[in-house]
Design a protein around this ligand. Structure first.
Ligand SMILES: *Cc1c(COP(=O)(O)O)cnc(C)c1O
Length: 371
C-alpha cells in the first residue's frame, strides 16, 4: 500500500495533498516571488492572533524548539532571571534550554496532572522581585494539559514581568488574542495545528520590547532581533530559508482560512477528540487527565493492565493497519498518546480506534482497562 499512514502525533502530522503538492517547486531565496510568499505568511500569522497593532512576527529556520531557544536568548537579558512554570516535559525542556543559554532559571513545580496556577505565580513574583521573565507552555503536549494563558498573562502584566509563551501545539486551534492577552513573546511552528510541514518556527514579539532586544542573543543564527531587522530591511531571510516549508505553510494557511480559521479548526479537533474518547472508552481505555483540563489536541491514555500488553507490539499492530500512535511522556506511570490534530476528521479517528481494537485482539487482550 503506498498511501501514507495517518499520523496521530503532535507534529509532524498528516497534511493535505494540496499542502504536499505546494512543495514540488523550486524557489530562489532572493527572488521577489518567494519573498512575497514570506510576507504573506507573516501577515496571515499576525492576523490569526489579531496582533498587527501590538506585535511583529519573526520566522526562524528549524524545529519548534529552535524558536523557543531563540526567543529566550533574544528576549531575556544576559543578567535576567527566568521563572519556568513546570507541569510537564516541554516545560522541563524550556527550563533546560534557558539554563544552557546562560540565563538564571528557577523552576516553579506543578504536578503533571494539573494546570499551572496563576495564584501560585502571583505569590512567587511577590516574594522574588529578581524574576524578569516567566515562561509558560500553553498546551503541555507531554500529558495534554491546557494551561491558563489568560490568568498567567494577567499576573505577569500586573507585576510588569515579561511573559514568554510556548504555544506550539495550541496556536491556530485554541483562541489566542493579542488584544486581550499580554505577552512579550509567543512561539509556534509550521508543522502543528496550522497543518504545514515541519521545518520552521515563528515568534510573535511585542513591538514595545523588540528594539530593546538588540544584542542580547549570544547566538548569531538564533538572534531573532537580527533576523527581524534584516527581514524588514530586505524582505529576505538572513540565511538560507526552508523554501519548500514556507510555501507549504502558505498553502496550509490558505486552507486554514478557507475552513473558517481558528474556530473551525478548534471545532474539527474537538470533534476528533470526542470521537476518540468515546471510541476508546468502549474498549476500556481510560484517559490520564481530568477532562476539565484536557486540551483537544493530544490525549494521554493509561496502558492496559493486561499482562499481555506492551506498547511496542500495540504500536506495530496499529501501524500495520495504517495508524501511527505516540509513546507516553510521563515519568511515573505507563501511558501512550493519541493526537487529535492534523488534516484528519472524525472518520479517520473512528478508523484509528478500530485499528487499536484489532491490535488488542492480536494481543489477546479483551479489556484495555488500566490497573
Ligand atoms: C512540538 C512542541 C515543541 C517543539 O518541538 P520540536 O520537536 O522542536 O518541534 C515545543 N513545545 C511544545 C509544547 C510542543 O508541542
Amino acid at each position: 500500500m503506498d498511501r501514507d499512514k495517518i499520523l496521530l502525533t503532535p507534529g509532524p502530522l498528516t497534511t493535505t495533498l494540496r499542502t504536499k503538492l505546494a512543495m514540488l517547486r523550486d524557489w530562489g531565496s532572493w527572488d521577489a516571488d518567494f519573498n512575497a510568499v514570506t510576507a504573506r505568511v507573516r501577515a496571515s500569522l499576525l492576523e490569526i492572533i489579531h496582533g498587527h497593532e501590538s506585535h511583529v512576527v519573526v520566522p526562524l529556520q528549524g524545529s519548534g524548539t529552535f524558536s523557543v531557544e531563540a526567543a529566550v536568548a533574544t528576549l531575556v537579558p544576559r543578567d535576567g532571571h527566568v521563572l519556568v512554570m513546570d507541569n510537564g516535559a516541554y516545560c522541563k525542556r524550556a527550563a533546560r534550554l534557558t539554563t544552557l543559554m546562560g540565563r538564571r532559571c528557577t523552576v516553579l513545580d506543578f504536578d503533571e496532572a494539573t494546570q499551572v496556577d496563576p495564584l501560585v505565580l502571583d505569590q512567587r513574583l511577590r516574594s522574588d522581585p529578581s524574576i524578569t521573565h516567566v515562561i509558560m507552555i500553553h498546551c503541555e503536549t507531554g500529558a495534554g494539559v491546557l494551561n491558563p494563558l489568560q490568568g498567567v498573562a494577567d499576573v505577569c502584566a500586573a507585576h510588569g514581568k515579561g511573559l514568554i509563551v510556548d504555544a506550539m501545539s495550541s496556536f491556530g486551534a485554541l483562541e489566542i488574542d493579542a488584544r486581550k492577552t499580554r505577552f512579550d513573546a509567543l512561539i509556534a511552528a509550521s508543522g502543528k495545528c496550522l497543518e504545514g510541514v515541519p521545518g520552521m518556527g515563528f515568534v510573535f514579539i511585542r513591538k514595545a520590547v523588540i528594539d530593546g532586544c538588540a544584542g542580547q542573543s549570544q547566538s548569531l543564527a538564533m538572534d531573532l532581533h537580527d533576523q527581524y531587522v534584516y527581514m524588514e530591511k530586505t524582505t529576505q531571510w538572513r540565511f538560507t530559508p526552508p523554501t519548500h516549508v514556507v510555501v507549504a505553510l502558505h498553502e496550509a494557511i490558505e486552507q486554514f482560512e478557507r475552513e473558517g480559521g481558528q474556530s473551525a479548526r478548534l471545532a474539527r479537533y474537538t470533534s476528533n477528540y470526542q470521537t476518540l474518547i468515546a471510541g476508546m472508552a468502549k474498549l476500556g481505555f481510560k484517559p490520564f487527565l481530568d477532562p476539565a483540563i484536557q486540551a483537544p489536541i493530544i490525549v494521554t491514555f493509561h496502558a492496559p493492565a493486561d499482562s499481555s500488553y506492551n506498547f511496542k507490539t500495540f504500536y506495530s499492530a496499529a501501524r500495520s493497519r495504517g495508524f501511527i500512535l505516540y509513546p507516553g511522556k510521563l515519568t511515573k506511570i505507563e501511558t501512550f498518546r493519541v493526537g487529535c490534530i492534523g488534516a484528519i476528521g472524525p472518520d479517520e479517528i473512528e478508523q484509528a480506534v478500530h485499528a487499536m481494537a484489532l491490535a488488542l485482539q492480536d494481543m489477546g487482550i479483551t479489556s484495555a482497562a488500566p490497573a
